[in-house]
Ligand binder design. Structure first.
Ligand SMILES: [Ca+2]
Ligand SMILES: [Ca+2]
Ligand SMILES: [Ca+2]
Length: 197
């Protein structure tokens, strides 16, 4: 019985820690304004190129998904994440607008070799966020896979390429509380099977 209590205490400790809940987070760091071609820290540049800017009113670097000269950039985490069947996950990021001459959109979500698993799209950022650079809003995408899957997070610029496009920052991926409960129950099940041996 003592063992079982110890296991339960361990499980609740684990769930308690996990409720901090962060699977992934990136604020893109700080530094001089910079143009990138093929890598961006923990991200692969999957099309065009993207740039890191210190935009007034934003915290450190933010990513401009239109690179130089006039490319529609795309990025994807080099890391893949495991999503549990019937779990529920939330991708959040700060979205801003740096349109220059042509309006852009953004496509974002989760994908793997099988294709896009869940995504959101904003086709016209100009109507969504009117002011250049400074105006921003938090976007969230919920993902609840039917089976266990492994996938990356991606962001792609859409529309007509020019010097500026969608700006993103503060990307985070967290499980919802119900998913933490599933994780906790799974651990307890595992532990009780071990005790019965
Ligand atoms: Ca930042
Ligand atoms: Ca543009
Ligand atoms: Ca740019």
């Amino acid at each position: 019985m003592k063992n079982i209590l110890a296991v339960l205490a361990f499980c609740s400790l684990f769930v308690g820690q996990a409720s901090a809940g962060l699977i992934y987070q990136d604020d893109f760091g700080t530094g001089d304004n910079k143009q990138f071609h093929d890598s961006l820290g923990a991200w692969n540049v999957t099309q065009g190129n993207v740039e890191l800017w210190n935009i007034p009113g934003w915290d450190g670097y933010a990513v401009d998904l239109n690179g130089y000269p006039s490319t529609l950039g795309g990025i994807e985490t080099s890391e893949t994440f495991i999503f549990l069947a019937n779990g529920s996950y939330v991708l959040s990021f700060l979205l801003g607008n740096n349109q220059h001459l042509y309006d852009n959109g953004i496509l974002y979500g989760f994908r793997n070799d099988d294709g896009i698993l869940a995504s959101g799209e904003i086709g016209n950022l100009e109507s969504f966020l009117e002011d250049l650079n400074v105006k921003s809003t938090v976007i969230s995408l919920f993902f609840s896979p039917k089976t266990d899957v492994e996938a990356s997070i991606f962001f792609t610029s859409t529309g007509t390429a020019d010097l500026g496009g969608a700006i993103i920052d503060n990307v985070s991926l967290v499980p919802e509380p119900s998913t933490l409960a599933i994780l906790g129950l799974g651990l307890m099940g595992l532990a009780s099977r071990r005790l019965k041996k």
